[in-house]
Design a protein around this ligand. Structure first.
Ligand SMILES: [Zn+2]
Ligand SMILES: [Zn+2]
Length: 177
């Protein structure tokens, strides 16, 4: 592995807490985004990632490319696929990387080493795509839940027996039936 990638891999491993094939997949997606889209490994908020899973690999994306939930440039779209779409806010260019390569029966360590070393084309199918990014977080009016008394933004509230209730209280009700 190239020296600068090696350092980024160590950064990802430190953030995630262990090394595993899942982390290597996310790391490989970062490498692919850097090479295909010309983005850097710096904290670039102009880069947005839509991840289609919430597995180990997402930690690599946070550590290496600086996409995070709190900054609003990491979006989770749960299809369960090993796929990641990166969007550059400056140019609007979006590329979706889909992991086509499956483990051909290697041991865990051998497999992630293999992933780290092989060309990105061997791991991912990728192509440009069109993405309509959701608008950045708006300020919503808070409403008080009529059951527990806690406040939540109005678009997260539900109506139940004519009462405004929060997601927690709404769930409790449905669980009993
Ligand atoms: Zn892991
Ligand atoms: Zn409540």
């Amino acid at each position: 592995m190239e020296k600068d990638l090696e350092l980024l891999w160590q950064k990802a491993a430190a953030f995630h807490g262990h090394v595993c094939p899942g982390l290597a997949i996310g790391f490989k997606a970062c490498e692919a985004a850097m090479k295909v889209m010309g983005v850097t490994g710096s904290k670039d908020e102009e880069l947005v990632c839509i991840t289609e899973n919430d597995a180990c690999g997402v930690d690599a994306i946070q550590a290496v490319l600086g996409c995070s939930l709190g900054k609003g440039n990491l979006l989770y779209r749960n299809t369960g696929k090993s796929a990641y779409t990166f969007i550059r806010r400056d140019t609007g260019k979006a590329v979706r990387f889909y992991m086509k390569k499956r483990n051909p029966g290697m041991e865990k360590e051998e497999y992630y080493q293999y992933l780290l070393e092989c060309p990105i084309e061997e791991v991912f199918d990728y192509k440009e795509t069109q993405v309509q990014l959701p608008e950045r977080a708006r300020i919503f009016r808070n409403v008080t839940c009529e059951i527990c008394g806690e406040d939540a933004p109005e678009h997260r509230m539900r109506l139940q027996d004519g009462k405004k209730v929060c997601m927690d209280c709404f769930k409790e009700y449905t669980r009993g039936w």
